[in-house]
Design a protein around this ligand. Structure first.
Ligand SMILES: Cc1ncc(COP(=O)(O)O)c(C=O)c1O
Length: 417
């Protein structure tokens, strides 16, 4: 019997079909019946065996927190990101919260505005509120889907303490354009939750501005077996403060609390697993980039709008997301054809009821984006045959949709492909 973990990967990452070793090699590959949006099981054979041994080692060490695996992972992650420090924590949400606590605690209570894109996961804004700040939602660029510097400029005030560019879907924000509008003294924190190994002008996400935060949630490009996160920075003082805050504010010695912190530590098991997986992130990102390049080429002459990257930028393609006319019908029809897809995010944060008290301004670009954004399958271990099937179905649906629109008839959901 073969389970998904027995699937092997070729050196190029293309999947080899599982084989019992008895059947004769078949000439024609079976047609692709369905394609998931993502499938972490595909890469398990690469890192799983080592992780299984590490799990036994950690269990038998009886050293579960504040141990050598966390320290080793921090050193490895900082070296990989190109920062002086990496502070491992228990989630991407707490990574944001702890940096914001360090920054906002030093500001007067009425000068703790934090400008962030409205088109992001709720954690970016939730962390601002939980750290004592006021979220100020800025609009996004309709082509990059990332923070629009002009919208940031319009929301800056003497109350602004920080700005959070979010590298949405793994695509780096043009931080130079952002720096041009953000005054000195305003802290810039990149939310790189989705962007491990995204690059801009040869530098990695996490090393682009004053500090960076990452998530290792199980669906992320570098995924924990549970929750995890990390803070990266070159700032010695900030790193020390985040280190203290993640461990109840202890600085000088045990049971000596300088500030009220929290328990946001990463545990030894997660650090061991993440350390094992870090060795593969370059290969997995290269596979995501190859998939994205093929999608880009396939959609070049269609009404599908692909995500534009800044000059000198390369995405980590956490999600391959496009703008599609008639998105909801397309999504329904893709699912009916066995193609996994999803909407990230259907409602921008300035429209969420929990943020109404912060009186957000209008963000029309994000509103429009939420109406037509669609994520397609893109994950390491996805086969070329699977991607060809996705492209075939999308193009067929698109053609049918446009044909019907041309004839004055709406709807592509009934198209058979
Ligand atoms: C943009 C963004 N920020 C923050 C987070 C929060 O990370 P976590 O789920 O690890 O708390 C996520 C993760 O889902 C995210 O996508």
């Amino acid at each position: 019997m073969t389970d998904r973990h027995d699937i092997d990967a070729s050196p190029t990452g293309d999947l080899l079909p599982p084989s019992s070793g008895r059947e004769a090699p078949s000439e024609a590959a079976p047609p692709v019946a369905s394609v998931p949006l993502m499938d972490p099981a595909r890469v398990y054979p690469q890192w799983g065996p080592q992780a299984e041994q590490l799990a036994i080692d950690v269990l038998r060490s009886h050293h579960y927190v504040k141990g050598p695996h966390v320290a080793a992972f921090e050193t490895a992650f900082a070296a990989d990101a190109g920062t002086a420090h990496a502070v491992a924590v228990d989630s991407g949400t707490d990574a944001l919260y702890l940096v914001l606590r360090a920054v906002l605690d030093k500001r007067p209570a009425d000068a703790r505005d934090v400008i962030l894109p409205t088109f992001t996961f709720v954690a970016t804004a939730g962390a601002v509120v939980n750290a004592g700040g006021r979220p100020v939602f800025a609009d996004v660029d309709p082509e990059t889907f990332n923070l629009d510097p002009a919208s940031v400029a319009a929301r800056l005030s003497p109350r602004t303490a920080a700005v959070i560019p979010v590298h949405i879907f793994g695509a780096p924000v043009d931080v130079a354009a952002l720096r041009d509008v953000v005054p000195e003294g305003v802290f810039v924190l990149e939310d790189a939750a989705q962007a491990v190994h995204a690059t801009l002008d040869g530098r990695k996400a996490g090393a682009l501005v004053d500090a960076g935060t990452f998530s290792f949630y199980p669906s992320k490009n570098l995924a924990a077996v549970g929750d995890g996160g990390v803070v990266t920075t070159d700032d010695d003082e900030l790193a020390a403060t985040v280190r203290a805050l993640r461990d109840h504010g202890q600085t000088r010695k045990l049971y000596d609390h300088e500030a009220v912190g929290t328990n946001s530590r990463m545990d030894e098991l997660q650090a061991a697993f993440l350390g094992a997986k870090l060795a593969f992130i370059g290969t997995w990102t290269a596979q995501r980039r190859a998939i994205a390049a093929r999608y880009h080429a396939a959609f070049a002459d269609t009404t599908i709008q692909t995500q534009r990257l800044p000059a000198g930028g390369d995405s980590a393609w956490h999600l391959y997301s496009v703008r599609v006319p008639g998105r909801d019908r397309m999504m329904e029809a893709l699912r009916a054809a066995g193609i996994g897809c999803g909407v990230y995010y259907p409602m921008p944060l300035h429209r969420q009821s929990c943020f109404v008290p912060y009186a957000p301004d209008a963000c029309p670009n994000a509103d429009a984006l939420a109406e037509d954004i669609l994520s397609l399958p893109c994950f390491p271990g996805m086969t070329e045959a699977e991607q060809a099937r996705v492209i075939e179905v999308v193009l067929a649906l698109l053609g049918a949709h446009e044909g019907r629109v041309g004839q004055g008839r709406e709807g592509a959901a009934g198209v058979s492909v």
